[in-house]
Design a protein around this ligand. Structure first.
Ligand code: ADP
Length: 472
């Protein structure tokens, strides 16, 4: 029994069978009880009426003479026998005419159904029995009868009623079970259809069809589940697309320097280029570019998977940044850019991996210098937070920012500049920029240190890249 549909259908059936069974049992018991009390009550009334009729007769006649004519009118139930004896025990009336003139002792009548009193005197007694005529057999044929005998009819009627009730209950039960099976199957089909849909969807996704989505058919929990399933499929789809894009981008980044190297070497082998200093230098530069690209990709992969080990030590950040700025001064001077530092005193030492933080500062400085035209300026500021209003940094951090007066970054690019392999201008010449890994690496490194990194920029005015590091 593995199918949920059958389990639910059986559960429905079980509920119906149990409730119908219980209802049948209780109805049966209730009907029997009600019927018994109804019969007893009406029987008591019936006996009262006979007693009243006979009493009235005696009162009016002063004796039982002629009472036989009255008896048939008093017996209302078919098959019942009314026997009346006078105060001396002689039968003076019998609807079966059999015992007239005999004594009650003789015919075996003992406890009377009711004694009849007129003005306080007992004037007779009567017995209600089963008619020997009706039954034609049994203990009534002249033999003694038990006082319970009249109840025979009650039993028979009760039995009949209960049988009728039971028959109706059985029919109702069979109909209910049939309806339960049909309804159960229909309802469970309704319940299991979305589950079946999800199962099929999961199989399609597993087989690689990441664009597959299940139909959201209802607003209930199944609908929520289908929506969650679809958003899971969408996120799988987009990570798969990102993975494919990443591979394509990496291949693209590797291909350019490799084809330059290959072309130059081929040209040298064919004697088109001289293997001179210039050509060899160009090969060396491309090789260095490749090495850096591979190292960057490796760092990024390690950082993203949380496997990059930081060699943390207490570092004088002001000094570290000053050193890095000094190294960039040559390039700034060549490009005619003013490079200055603004280090407001008392910057505490922080626990960082100095090589990685230097890498972050170097990337930001490289970007600032290459995006700032001649005559512009780059300012590196180091302060303890909160250094400037509106900066999303808590106290207890140091804040480093690199501000340039370069071209700026358009609003639509700002949210993506820290994405790996993202370049604002994909078509720009390669020598003007890298593979779009610098900022992605900077972000990973800063975050690994427990800090955050962000950018503010205005087109035509310049950009400010800032990062924070917690002071531990
Ligand atoms: P790349 O190594 O290609 O420069 P980055 O990750 O360092 O890649 O930068 C991503 C993108 O952000 C680059 O395409 C660049 O155009 C833009 N960018 C980075 N820094 C600046 C800046 N200071 N001014 C203007 N644009 C910048």
């Amino acid at each position: 029994m593995r199918s949920l549909r059958w389990k639910l259908a059986l559960a429905f059936l079980a509920v119906v069978v149990i409730s119908v069974g219980l209802t049948a049992y209780l109805t049966n018991r209730g009907a029997a009880r009600e019927f018994s009390s109804y019969v007893l009550e009406s029987r008591r009334n019936y006996i009262d009426q006979i007693e009243e009729g006979l009493g009235w007769f005696y009162e009016n006649n002063g004796s039982w003479t002629g009472v036989q004519n009255l008896l048939d009118g008093l017996v209302m139930m078919r098959g019942e026998r009314l026997v009346l004896a006078d105060s001396s025990g002689v039968v003076v009336g019998d609807t079966d005419l059999q015992w007239l003139g005999l004594t009650t002792g003789r015919v075996g009548l003992s406890a009377s159904t009711r004694d009849i009193f007129v003005s306080g005197d007992e004037v007779g007694e009567f017995y209600l029995l089963s008619s020997s005529m009706m039954r034609g057999r049994g203990p009534m044929m002249g033999g003694p009868v038990s006082p319970q005998t009249p109840l025979f009819f009650q039993d028979v009627q009760e039995q009949e009623l209960l049988e009728r009730v039971n028959r109706s209950l059985l029919i109702a039960g069979v109909v209910a079970v049939f309806v339960a099976i049909v309804l159960g199957l229909l309802l469970t089909r309704q319940f299991t259809r979305p589950i079946q849909g999800l199962k099929n969807g999961a199989a399609r996704i597993a087989s690689g069809d990441l664009a597959y989505r299940v139909r959201v058919e209802s607003q209930d929990e199944f609908g929520d589940l289908a929506e969650s399933f679809n958003s899971m499929a969408a996120s799988l789809d987009s990570s798969e697309q990102a993975r494919q894009r990443l591979f394509a981008d990496i291949a693209h980044e590797l291909r350019t320097p490799l084809s330059i190297i290959e072309g130059t070497v081929n040209a040298m082998l064919d004697g088109v280029y001289e293997p001179d200093q210039d050509n060899l230098k160009s090969i060396k530069e491309e090789t260095a570019l490749l090495t850096r690209l591979v190292a960057d990709l490796r760092d990024l992969a390690l950082a993203e998977s949380g496997q990059l080990k930081l060699e943390v030590e207490s570092v004088d950040t002001a000094k570290l940044i000053q050193r890095r700025v000094s190294q960039a001064e040559v390039m700034a001077r060549e490009k005619g850019i003013g490079l200055t530092t603004d280090i407001t005193g008392g910057i505490p030492s922080v626990m960082v991996d100095s090589r990685r933080i230097e890498q972050v500062v170097a990337n930001l400085l490289d970007n600032a210098l290459s995006h700032t035209p001649s005559g512009g300026s780059v300012v590196v500021t180091v302060t303890t937070a909160p250094g400037r209003d509106g900066y999303p940094v808590d106290a207890g951090h140091i804040l480093v920012s690199v501000a340039d007066t370069g071209e700026g970054i358009a609003k639509e690019h700002l949210p993506h500049v820290f994405d790996r392999l993202y370049r604002v201008d994909d078509a720009r010449p390669r020598e003007k920029g890298g593979a779009g890994l610098g900022l992605a690496i900077a972000k990973q490194m800063v975050e690994l240190h427990g800090g955050s990194i962000w950018v503010e920029s205005e087109m035509g005015k310049g950009s400010t890249f800032s990062f924070s590091l917690p002071i531990i």
